[in-house]
Design a protein around this ligand. Sequence first.
Ligand SMILES: [Zn+2]
Length: 72
Amino acid sequence: MSDNEKDRLGEKLHQKEKAEEDRYFAEHDKELLEKLREKAAERCPTCGAALVAVERGGKTTHECPACQRPAR
Ligand SMILES: [Zn+2]
């Protein structure tokens, strides 16, 4: 194998590693975005008021105190 071929192989491996790294960070970003979305869900999508936790049938849901309806 010539040095030139070795270099190309190394470059290919490097690109593969880079792709896996990118995928890892993409997944990581997705998790962060989902967490942020959960946080955003704590506000009423209709009026923007902070939601309150309400217990209903043993389950805790978040409702808007102004709209009086469960947030999705
Ligand atoms: Zn509301």
